[in-house]
Design a protein around this ligand. Sequence first.
Ligand code: AMP
Ligand code: ZN
Length: 678
Amino acid sequence: SARIPPYLTVLHVLQVLLIFAKEDNQSDGFWWACDRAGYRCNIARTPESALECFLDKHQEIIVIDHRNSRYFDAEHICRSADQEETSILPLLNAGFDRQFMENSSITACYNELVQIEHGEVRSQFKLRACNAVFTALDHCQEAIEITSEDHVIQYVNPAFERMMGYQKGELIGKELTELPKSDKNCADLLDTINTFIKKGKEWQGVYYARRKSGDSIQQHVKITPVTGQGGLQTRRYSSMARVHSMTIEAPITKVINIINAAQENSPITVAEALDRVLEILRTTELYSPQLGTKDEDPHTSDLVGGLMTDGLRRLSGNEYVFSKNMNLNHSHLSVPNTINDVPPCIAQLLENEESWDFNIFELEAVTNKRPLVYLGLKIFARFGVSEFLNCSEATLRAWLQVIEANYHSSNSYHNSTHAADVLHATAFFLGKERVKGSLDHLDEVAALIAATIHDVDHPGRTNSFLCNAGSELAVLYNDTAVLESHHTALAFQLTTKDSKCNIFKNIDRNHYRTLRQAIIDMVLATEMTKHFEHVNKFVNSINKPMASEETTNITNFPDNQTLIKRMMIKCADVANPCRPLELCIEWAGRISEEYFAQTDEEKRQGLPVVMPVFDRNTCSIPKSQISFIDYFITDMFDAWDAFAHLPVLMQHLANNYKHWKTLDELKCKSLRLPSENN
Ligand code: AMP
Ligand code: ZN
């Protein structure tokens, strides 16, 4: 039987009340029997004195003589009972436990009393003790639950109801595992707990329970098996843990806590693997792949070092001197007066503007290196930008001119042709069904503006170079996202400085703030130190949920729209490996030339050489392109293609990659095979 703590059941001296109208052998028999059993005994002669005595002492056993007494109700009952045989049922119903046939032998009386003690009296004591225990549990501050061996809930206290958000009635009789919708981990944990309980051992640990409201809470739980008939388990939930789980925690803290909890009851191999996971999680740079120092292809490590670090190899003292066109450029605006004013050869070229295979270099040639204004006018018109901004075409044109004039035509890569190329790719992506369906008109306008300005006033040097050189810009922006900060800030300065080119002058403040925020976010997203962060977030929040066929349209959530816009401008920015082979080769030649020029200058000025492989005397361009594609392009475009569906780009990418591989296998270091050179 259930073990009742002895201190609750230890019998004080058992008391007996004998109610006998007069003394005789029978009453003496009970008297001496009480003496033998060690009970305390009282005798009452009248109903009144019996009641008085009982109210005073609450005797456990009462013996009522009803052989010839007229005083007791029992006699009346008995008499009526006598008429229908000698049934004792009416007596039992009246509250009597048993009937003792007249027998004055002390032994007979003694046996009777002792049997009563070990039967009803002790059961009564146990029940009373149980009542006391449950009353205590009901008032306990800690959440307590009792289940049967097979996890059926038998009792929960009010603290448990409050903590879990359930009513007692919803829990009792239910199986434990039905309640928190048990996932895989939960099932594993339950297994562990069961093993403990089956061995009769207590289990203590951290447990995640799902509340009725759906959220999980972390609790320190102690589960104690109660051995004996039926088998019970009691769970005690520490209220400390409850307070703890309600404090505000950063998501990463929650993740670490979950892992810690999982570790507690995991096999050693799993626990050790989780240790390594924790070590990684506690470091800050979660999105930057760590390059091995050895075995790494120098083309990759140079590119990564050159593009993804902000002057880690900084060397102070050497001032970077900007080239002449660093000064804000508002001069020589030989541009069309209206979009209808466009020379026919340009207009004709622009007809093909919506195609991915559009040749931006031809546009560069016919516009005398002013492709951005012409392409901008065409694309902005197509997307209704001046309508959205409520500005005239003249303002838009003036703005495009100012922006384009502040790109350095002396840069071989980062000039306005690159900006026009990124604008072209952005417009192309905006035309894709999925992208269009995910973004608002404001997002489209922001994306087109961001693409246009994203590299304005680029000095043709990398962030690392500027930091190493201690350039003014690096000082201004604290070696952090130096160029991207500059492009954005300068673009807004140029735009708002002169109302003639201020495309934002007619939109209200709230619209402007939202638009400005979106533009800044996109331009800053082009910074390569955050490359893996943006790509991983996109994959985790967009690709993965989409692949698992979630029913709701996740792409319209503002957070996800931001991720889509970032991914879009990032892909547009480095889409050159996905262009038709001839264009891809031209871009590769231009970026290589710009890197070579930087290396030349680094050597000239005695600065650290950020990307030594980009030395014009030794560089293998095919190798560098293979590395660039392997490291930055393949995964990103796989993810973007999975979202936006871009088979043409993926085909070009595969084709171009093959081109570089072929050259590399033939040990060719230039852009083309010698036979193909034109
Ligand atoms: P952005 O400076 O905004 O154009 O960012 C793109 C980054 O990718 C720049 O640092 C470029 O130098 C780099 N990049 C783009 N295309 C290539 C390429 N084909 N090979 C190597 N690096 C590239
Ligand atoms: Zn760019």
